[in-house]
Design a protein around this ligand. Sequence first.
Ligand code: SAH
Length: 201
Amino acid sequence: MAKEWVYKTPGIPDEMFNQSDEVPGPTKEEIRVVTISKARLREGDTVIDVGCGTGGLTVEAALQVAPKGKVYAIDEDEAAIKLTTSNVEKFGVKGNVSIASGKAPQALLTLPNADAIIVGGGGGYLRAILQIASSKLKPNGRIVVNAILLETATLAIAELKELGFKDIDIAHISVAKGKQINSGTMMMARNPITIVSATKL
Ligand code: SAH
């Protein structure tokens, strides 16, 4: 299939992804850009995407680590697995992605060690997910947590400190997009997202 996204830069427009009312995502394009940048990905890297949803972050990460790298995408929801599979095919990164149905943290145990772990969903299991993620990260590996809830962000900060991560960074991203109305361009706010990232010692 012809490549849908021919650029090196992340930020695939949201509407290019196959989407479903049953599955959250994709993570909005500007949030994906910052998330991928915080993960500091290189060609050849191994990445784990916890809670892949629509596959927005999975696809963006795969494009960064291709041709040799690999993204392991997991989700507990079968509909998310199907949708991520369709988007991975759509964007031509099938060879760089391994998608597995499973619930974190348990599902993380069988995955290989990673250069970066992105947590886009974890339900109530964030603390345990971060503990296992920490043991899976290579030295200088990167963890990135996308939090919709303030409680998720504060828990991530506390747990990453506890686990001895260095350079903990908290970025709260608010994006407003311009919408054309009769009299001009109206800025429409999107939900702010807090991105907590850090480096494994
Ligand atoms: N980043 C994604 C959207 C993630 S939505 C994108 O760009 O498309 C969050 C996802 O996390 C949901 O699909 C949900 O099923 C999944 N999830 C939540 N808790 C989980 C857990 N403990 N284990 C696996 N998946 C989980």
